[in-house]
Design a protein. Sequence first.
Length: 240
Amino acid sequence: MEDLAQRLAAARSVCVLTGSGISAESGLPTFRGVGGLWRDRRVEDLASPRGFARDPHLVWTWYGERRRAHRSVEPSAAHVALAVLEDRIPDFTVVTQNVDSLHLLAGSRNVLELHGKMREAKCTRCDERRPLDDVLDALASGAPDPIAHACGGMWRPDIVWFGEPLPPNVLERAIDAARRAEVMLVVGTSGLVQPAASLATKRYTGAYVVEINPEETALTAHVDRSIRARASDVLPELAV
């Protein structure tokens, strides 16, 4: 820990890649549920353009449940510690695979949300945005055509679904942050989801890469150091 603290203190550019593990420490359940199913349906069949086209109201029902779960949790000690570190390091970027906004709620400012955000909805046709809660409220009120947009499209969550590419501008900024970094922290991610996981490999970064995860992951063999612990136990020590 002392060596890592010294590296962070000396670094002028740090990139942090986070995954669902950091939010699990806040008590946020994973989106899949037991057995990768939700109400006997595969999540991949819901979080996809095809699933939305087949039954958009069912998909919105699922996201309504997820949104309620998000409202019930607060940022973890790990989220807060990253916000503190950002105040100390000139170039500090959080690249997250999470859509829960917990980094922002903790006070982080430079956050790149690779997989979208559970704060907004967007139109399938014209790409206009609106608060996601507005659509959920309209659905709950029984309003006519609550997910229809005036342009002829439909409102959908601003989330990257299975089979969709990451937003090019967000991915490009994430790659730039990884390339600039002198230290990279990989927190709570399995390393299985691409292209996010590749940001922590020598393909994109020359940084000293430290993985913080209670379990071995697909990235463990590629990092410079692994710390087998919860992020909420490690990061606050680095932010003291």
